[in-house]
Design a protein around this ligand. Structure first.
Ligand code: ZN
Length: 276
């Protein structure tokens, strides 16, 4: 059981983790469980006044760590690329209204073109929205995704690629999000974490676990300690850079979404304390 002395001061939960809950339910229950941060997925804001929702979250004592997600820039079709840029501008406005300073980018990929083409469209897309992000005071975090998602979700699949991209863009408004689920397998991970640390571009840290076997590549993530990711070791590399932000629990799970979410949240807190 969680003791009162346990340190939850840097625990953040993504709204998608407790998908069956409305954002109002999530806020109330996270606060009661001692969670201190919340990352808001855009679907959780549908049909709501975003400013009022931001106030509601702060009134619960929660820090709004980031808005998930922008991105999905690449398309073979130019008009689709332009509408993706518009959507990212909307995300920047939403983040501003919500009162968070960070948007996570799932950069996208179009399987009808090469990964190289997708990557240059990602770079151009971020460049196009950078003035908007800067004007709103919103930072953008490029999240590399596991290569199993290189067909449609992201052509940025390693932290090295994300670091290359942020170095090319060379803006204090663009950095990376390190998600252990996507990156744990990479032999260069420690080196690349050091690299973004020394560039001051390590903006966010996401945790969950890789269950073995995994029965669904998207929606079968595990609680911390339930799989094979050396979460504590990766967290130590992240903290060695000076990172002092939140540890964000991001679990997509058809199994856990079917459970009582209050009990699931208790498991999240316990597994956070014992396995991260
Ligand atoms: Zn993530």
């Amino acid at each position: 059981m969680t003791s009162k002395h346990s340190d939850l001061s840097r625990l953040c939960v993504h709204t998608i983790t407790t998908k069956p809950w409305s954002i109002e339910m999530a806020a109330k229950n996270y606060a009661m469980a001692g969670v201190r941060g919340i990352t808001v997925w855009r679907d959780a804001l549908e049909n709501r006044n975003i400013k009022a929702t931001g106030n509601m979250l702060r009134n619960q004592g929660l820090e709004i760590v980031s808005l998930c997600r922008g991105g999905f820039f690449p398309h073979r079709d130019r008009s689709k690329r332009l509408s993706a840029i518009d959507d990212n501008r909307r995300a920047i406005n939403e983040a501003y209204d919500l009162g968070t300073k960070l948007i996570v980018l799932v950069c996208g990929a179009d399987p009808s073109q090469s990964l190289e083409d997708s990557r240059s469209q990602i770079r151009d897309g971020i460049q196009a929205v950078l003035p908007d992000a800067e004007a709103a005071g919103i930072r953008l975090a490029v999240e590399p995704l596991h290569p199993m998602f290189a067909d449609t979700r992201s052509a940025i699949n390693t932290l090295a690629q994300a670091n290359d991209l942020t170095e090319t863009l060379n803006s204090i408004w663009v950095g990376v999000a390190v998600d252990v689920y996507h990156l744990w397998w990479d032999p260069n991970l420690e080196k690349e974490i050091k690299r973004c640390g020394s560039n001051n571009t390590l903006f966010a840290f996401h945790i969950s676990d890789w269950k073995s076997p995994t029965i669904d590549l998207l929606n079968d993530r595990g609680l911390m300690g339930e799989g094979c990711i050396p979460i504590a070791k990766i967290r130590s590399w992240v903290e060695a850079t000076g990172f002092s932000g939140f540890n964000e629990v991001e679990i997509f799970s058809d199994t856990y979404w079917k459970e009582d979410q209050t009990l699931f949240l208790e498991k999240i807190v316990d597994s956070y304390l014992s396995h991260s």
